[in-house]
Design a protein around this ligand. Sequence first.
Ligand code: ADP
Length: 159
Amino acid sequence: MIKALYPGSFDPFHNGHVEIVERAAALYDVVVVAAMRNPQKAGPLFSLEERKEMIESAISHVHNVEVVSLSTLVVDLARALGAGVIVRGLRVVSDFEAELQMAQMNRRLSGIDTVFIPTSAEFSFLASKLLREVSSFGGDVSSMVPKVVADALNAKYGR
Ligand code: ADP
């Protein structure tokens, strides 16, 4: 049995993330999606607990998936879960440099390999940061995020 860990900030979770979860769930026996604190990203929009609840709701149609949220090192969580692999999504070439470095660091720390799943072209422009920006200025991102996230963004920005 191979358990995969899909870690990320997911602030907020969007349709590109949903697709990676669906595809990882078809490849592995169990996928654990972990909403984590990214020290390089200050001032999150949603709390870890809010993100966990939104992810649970957004991927309730995928049955071999669990969701956790915590503030720890990815490899410590992977070890604690007994994960055999870390999954990350890749959008564009510019993602690759940082992702490669992180994958190499995580493998050095834990021996656990990272598998990259390339996004479908229709989602390659989606980024949580851009969605936060567009939404904060009143743009409608409801076609790019799960309904639970669209509702939470509207509530956050008083719409
Ligand atoms: P981070 O974990 O770097 O803080 P995110 O929460 O934005 O970043 O992303 C979590 C994971 O989802 C990363 O592996 C990222 O590459 C991937 N991802 C982000 N946006 C997309 C997308 N549009 N399509 C596929 N994968 C994505």
